[in-house]
Design a protein. Structure first.
Length: 235
């Protein structure tokens, strides 16, 4: 057995123990709102809770019926582009969102509601690593997998990667899917290229419905963790 598989097996067992003790690191819920810092989180191995990482007005934008797809498909529960824009502006005004984060949150909201082209128009003009991260997710869903990987390479080692890795390890540990964990949380690190490959397999019908839903949940973790950081003005 490789060192990576032994490591991931340990992470998965620990995640199952945490869950059995009552810890809940679900996505887009109050129990999982971490205090992010410019280095990712206060400690890469502990989830420091914060009461208001995502203001409620912004959180509501991402609380939809059903998960976003892994491809370009539009959900019935997704808001129209004008509604996303107007509600996002109102939410950011109400929560006094930092100016540097407003385009990032708008791009993420458009992406979550399946408006890929509109999200792209925003993210392609954001020169930060966070803009590259959103740009990569958009191309991954388009789907243009090589272009998605290009933008994730531009992202580099993003400050939220440790948080994503920890949350995904917990999710997959609870689901008992060590094979997917090996692909996405290699050596305890977030593997953005592995996520692209997993999404490609899902869209090409190579995965079971349960595996596809897990990957959709992982995608939600990506968006959630980024939005938390945006609301803090940290990235």
């Amino acid at each position: 057995m490789s060192r990576t598989k032994r490591y991931n097996g340990t992470v998965l067992r620990l995640a199952q123990i945490w869950r059995s003790l009552g810890f809940d690191f679900g996505v887009f819920g109050p129990a999982c709102r971490n205090r992010l810092t410019r280095r990712g989180i206060a400690s890469n191995r502990s989830l420091a809770m914060s009461d208001a990482t995502i203001p409620s007005a912004i959180l509501e934008l991402f609380e939809t019926d059903g998960l976003a797809g892994l491809g370009p498909h539009r959900r019935a529960s997704a808001h129209s582009e004008p509604e996303v824009r107007s509600r996002t502006k109102a939410a950011m005004d109400a929560s006094e969102t930092p100016g540097s984060s407003r385009d990032l949150i708008l791009s993420a909201a458009l992406l979550w509601h399946d408006h890929l082209d509109a999200s792209h128009c925003v993210s392609q003009d954001i020169t930060s690593v966070s803009g590259s991260f959103l740009h990569g997710i958009m191309h991954r869903r388009e789907p243009d997998y090589p272009n998605g990987k290009y933008w994730f390479h531009r992202t580099g080692d993003h400050p939220v990667f440790p948080v994503i890795a920890e949350r995904v390890a917990d999710l997959l540990g609870g689901a008992g899917d060590s094979e997917l964990a090996d692909r996405l949380v290699s050596g305890g690190n977030w593997n953005a290229d592995g996520m692209v490959d997993a999404c490609a397999d899902a869209e090409r019908g190579r995965l079971s419905p349960d595996e596809v839903r897990l990957i959709q949940q992982v995608q939600k973790i990506e968006i959630q963790t980024l939005v938390e950081a945006f609301c803090q003005g940290d990235v």
